[in-house]
Design a protein around this ligand. Structure first.
Ligand code: SAM
Length: 246
């Protein structure tokens, strides 16, 4: 993509005058599009996300459709938002950072662990060929399934269940993106990763913080990159050290 395709900034946007017959729904929708462009420019580009495919994907997915109605006004704020069941939709920067770290080119089959609202899966669906996403909380999985279908994301499959076992029936995976913090990397993710594949996962560290890692498979060995500190809700399941006690 050429630089001219990048989002215009807020001041340029505010110079665009509205037609006199514009309805309040159109005005709200235009405002959300402006907020999405501003989010991409101010929260992503300025903080070093330069992968043009990731920026385009973040520009194309209507984040406001993935948050509860009462949070539409803050959907593009630089923060995670609550989505119910004590869970969150991740901060836009975190979503874009993980997608860029997964180094997708468009041909991949990707596993996401932690569907939540379905927003991350929608972004992934713009970056890869096929996306499977696993969510352990059934009401969230069902709501995300319906939302993604309603919005037309046809290359995403939402699976209900414990993602700490991976999803062996569709393996091997070109990339696995884990959106909840593991105590340690579940073995199944390594076993189910294709050669050359990437796992992007936040892992608890001894200080109580979490570090994002990328594991890249090279035969039977893995190159490990430390991608910095983040904050996530915990990964809870049979093959994580945080067992499901519901
Ligand atoms: N990607 C999500 C989005 O775009 O809205 C945000 C995910 S939220 C930060 C983490 C999600 O991981 C929660 O919905 C939580 O229920 C889910 N989760 C935690 N442990 C899990 C497990 N073992 N298997 C599947 N999902 C899990």
């Amino acid at each position: 993509m050429q630089p001219t395709e990048l989002p215009r900034n807020r001041s340029q946007e505010s110079q665009v005058s509205q037609p006199p017959h514009q309805t309040s729904e159109q005005t709200q929708s235009d405002s959300l599009v402006r907020q999405r462009r501003a989010m991409v420019e101010e929260q992503l580009l300025r903080r070093g996300i330069t992968d043009q495919r990731v920026l385009q994907a973040m520009l194309s997915v209507p984040r406001e459709r993935f948050v509860p109605d009462e949070l539409v006004a803050v959907a593009y704020h630089d923060a995670a938002q609550v989505i119910g069941c004590d869970q969150t939709i991740s901060q836009p920067f975190t979503v874009a950072f993980m997608m860029a770290a997964a180094r997708l080119t468009g041909v991949e089959k990707v596993l996401e662990i932690g569907t939540g609202s379905g927003y991350g899966a929608a972004v992934l669906s713009r970056l890869a060929d096929r996306v499977y996403t696993v969510e352990r909380i059934e009401p969230l999985a069902e709501a995300a399934r319906q939302r993604l279908s309603r919005l037309g994301y046809r290359n995403v499959e939402v699976v209900s269940g414990d993602g700490t076992a991976g999803l062996a029936e569709y393996a091997p995976w070109d990339a696995i993106v884990v959106t909840a913090a593991a105590h340690e990397l579940p073995l199944a993710y390594k076993q189910q990763l294709a050669c050359g594949g990437r796992i992007v996962i936040p892992v608890d560290d001894p200080s109580g913080a979490q570090t994002m890692y990328r594991y890249t498979r090279d035969g039977d060995t893995f190159q490990i990159d430390d991608l910095g500190k983040f904050a996530f809700v915990p990964l809870i399941g049979e093959y994580s050290s945080l067992p499901d006690r519901r």
